[in-house]
Ligand binder design. Sequence first.
Ligand SMILES: *[C@@H]1O[C@H](CO)[C@@H](O)[C@H](O)[C@H]1NC(C)=O
Ligand SMILES: *[C@@H]1O[C@H](CO)[C@@H](O)[C@H](O)[C@H]1NC(C)=O
Ligand SMILES: *[C@@H]1O[C@H](CO)[C@@H](O)[C@H](O)[C@H]1NC(C)=O
Ligand SMILES: *[C@@H]1O[C@H](CO)[C@@H](O)[C@H](O)[C@H]1NC(C)=O
Length: 345
Amino acid sequence: MRHITLCRHFCLSMIFHDIFHTCLSHGAGVIPNNLNGAVGGSVFFTTTVTPPEKPFLVVAWSFNSGSGDRNVITSTTSDVIGPGYENRITLDRSTGFLELRNLTMNDTGEYSTVVTPDGGELMSGACRLEIFISAASITEPPVTPVEGKPVNLTCDAAGPFFTREWRKDGSPVSPGSNIILHDNNRVLSFSPLKRTDSGEYSCTVSNPASSAEAKYKMTVNYGPENVKITGPNEIKVKQTLTLICFAESTPTATYIWMKNGAESHTNSAEFTKSQVELSDGGEYTCQAGNNITGRTVISDVHRLSVQGKKETLSAGAIAGITIACLLVVVAAVLGAKYYLRRKGK
Ligand SMILES: *[C@@H]1O[C@H](CO)[C@@H](O)[C@H](O)[C@H]1NC(C)=O
Ligand SMILES: *[C@@H]1O[C@H](CO)[C@@H](O)[C@H](O)[C@H]1NC(C)=O
Ligand SMILES: *[C@@H]1O[C@H](CO)[C@@H](O)[C@H](O)[C@H]1NC(C)=O
Ligand SMILES: *[C@@H]1O[C@H](CO)[C@@H](O)[C@H](O)[C@H]1NC(C)=O
């Protein structure tokens, strides 16, 4: 099973945007209120603290995802870094600014800081970080889509998203006689598939701050159907014969030609023969095959009659023509001699 993933430029631009995004403070508080990040990206928590004359005694950051406060970093004369934050954070001790890198979905939650000045009031603040949707993916059907059979397309992404939208060739997919959306739009079900369901499908997952999209091009295989031979029913000896076989089929059909029920070793849509002979007359059929649907269909019989006289000349006729030619030459030579003799006189 192959996953096709696609992340809109949006995801990337969010990363860069958010590094410089300021989680602004209210009033005299130290920080922020809300910050957005993307999986794999970075965020920068800024404060409204002005660098003090004497270094702060303590700068501490903690994280709460709903199950209690955990230390991110507590910086006094030395730094105590919480598990999972090694190599992921950088703290500016003079301002309390904190950079958090390599974001995962698990980083969603409340970040709070407490700054203890050397002789002054404690300052504190909190900022909520939301990590949005990871790249979306559409899971291809485990079997090649074939008309008449059922198929599911499944759209997945990680994140606190609220909606999924399916589009086909850019227009919203609406449930219909053979199309059902299951599982909160996660699964797009075709039962049975129609050939008109072929197209480019996209699934967009979004929440108020972010979105991600995945695409899948579906080709519905069908046929062969309506296998027909076109070409002449009558032809003269020595002419060129061209018969064409056509079948409606996806993928393009393969063809086998038969004459009077026997295979002719022609495996293309076109059957040609230059210098047709009387023996080429007969009943032609073509068998169209589709190696995905596994179906083969034989055309109606196409009758061909070849007309013409025997072209070979008898020995007597050849002798007659030869003698006639000789006589013409002799007459010409005699005529020329007579003319020259008269002119000479
Ligand atoms: C993110 O993590 C990967 C591997 O886990 C590492 O190679 C990469 O350097 C990290 N990036 C940052 C910005 O820390
Ligand atoms: C996120 O947390 C879950 C449960 O605690 C854990 O299984 C998973 O590995 C974590 N994912 C990352 C990317 O850290
Ligand atoms: C498609 O998904 C629906 C709902 O999850 C399920 O009932 C059905 O069996 C699936 N069909 C196929 C062909 O996988
Ligand atoms: C089906 O036939 C086409 C040629 O018409 C060939 O390229 C393809 O490999 C075949 N596929 C299978 C599964 O046999």
